[in-house]
Write a protein that binds this ligand. Structure first.
Ligand SMILES: [Zn+2]
Length: 275
C-alpha cells in the first residue's frame, strides 16, 4: 500500500477526512458524538467538518465548510450540521496556523482523567493526572491540561444552556487558549482534556491528529489498569515515562504515524460498514 500523502486539493482532503472518520470509529474514538476536521489545503482560512456520525459517512460530500475566523459556514443557507461544536475546530485552527486537523472525542476511557485534576496549575489551566505511560504517547508531553468550560461562560450564556457543549466561537477560543504552550518541543499541547466532556487532539497533519487521539485513549486505558494494580500492590509504584523519555519518544511517535496509517486504512476497507 502506498504511504499516505498530505492532501493538496479540496477533493483529496475530503476523501482523507472520510477515511480518518472511519478509522476513528474503528478505534472507539468517535461514536455518535465527536468529529474530526481538516484545514482546506486550497484555502487555509477554511476547514471542513462532518455533519453526521463518523461511522455513517458514505461519501465526501457530507462535509460542511467553515471559516476558521468565526466558525460560520462558508455557504450561507446551506448550514445544516447537527454538530454545534464546529466552533472547537474553527477556533483551534485559527489560533495555531501549523495545525492542520483537530479531533474532538467523547471517548469514555479518558473522561475520568478530565474530572480528577492534579494539583498543579499551568497557564490558567489545571494539569490533569493523565501522563504518558507508554513509548507511543510521548506526544502527551509533561503535562496534559484540563480545560473547564464553567469559567468560560459569560453573562450572555443562560444557565439553562450551560450543558458543557462548545457551541459558540467564544467558548472555542477559550478552549484553544488552553492548548497554548509557552515552552517545550511544540508550540501547542497536542491534547487538551475537557472537564466532564472529552478531549481534543491536534496534529500538524490529519494522520497525526488521528494518531494522537487513538493513542490518548490507549494511554488512558493502560494508565487506569496500572492505577488499579498500584492500589492492589502498593509496593509496585507506576513507572511513567521520564522527562528524557518523553522528549525522546515524542518525535519517534511522529515518525511512526505513517507506519500504522496503511494498516488502519486496510482495516476500514475490510469493515462491512463501509463496503
Ligand atoms: Zn463534545
Amino acid at each position: 500500500m502506498e504511504p499516505s500523502k498530505s492532501p493538496r486539493t479540496t477533493a483529496e482532503a475530503l476523501e482523507k477526512l472520510m477515511h480518518a472518520s472511519h478509522i476513528l470509529h474503528q478505534h472507539d474514538v468517535l461514536d455518535g458524538f465527536g468529529h474530526i476536521s481538516i484545514r482546506n489545503p486550497e484555502n487555509p482560512e477554511r476547514c471542513f467538518l462532518t455533519g453526521t456520525a463518523a461511522a455513517l459517512i458514505k461519501s465526501p460530500d457530507v462535509f460542511t465548510e467553515y471559516w476558521i475566523k468565526d466558525g460560520e459556514p462558508v455557504k450561507e443557507g446551506t448550514f445544516w450540521s447537527p454538530y454545534s461544536e464546529h466552533h472547537i475546530h474553527a477556533a483551534i485552527l485559527a489560533k495555531f496556523p501549523e495545525v492542520q486537523s483537530v479531533v474532538h472525542s467523547h471517548a469514555l476511557d479518558v473522561i475520568a482523567y478530565t474530572v480528577t485534576a492534579g494539583s498543579e496549575i499551568q497557564g490558567g489551566s489545571t494539569t490533569s493526572g493523565l501522563k504518558p505511560i507508554i513509548h507511543t504517547t510521548g506526544f502527551l508531553g509533561e503535562h496534559v491540561p484540563i480545560w473547564d468550560i464553567a469559567p468560560a461562560y459569560t453573562s450572555e450564556h443562560e444557565q439553562r444552556n450551560r450543558y458543557l457543549l462548545v457551541n459558540d466561537y467564544g467558548l472555542g477560543e477559550s478552549l484553544a487558549a488552553a492548548a497554548d504552550k509557552p515552552s517545550g518541543q511544540y508550540p501547542y499541547h497536542k491534547v487538551v482534556l475537557q472537564r466532564g466532556h472529552g478531549f481534543v487532539a491536534l496534529g500538524d497533519s490529519i494522520e497525526e491528529a488521528v494518531y494522537n487521539a487513538i493513542y490518548t485513549v490507549k494511554n488512558a486505558r493502560i494508565q487506569a489498569q496500572a492505577e488499579q494494580r498500584a492500589i492492589l500492590h502498593p509496593d509496585q509504584p507506576i513507572h511513567f515515562l521520564s522527562s528524557a523519555e518523553i522528549e525522546a519518544c515524542a518525535p519517534m511517535d511522529k515518525d511512526c504515524i505513517m507506519k500504522v496509517w496503511p494498516l488502519w486504512m486496510a482495516e476500514i476497507k475490510k469493515n462491512p460498514l463501509w463496503q
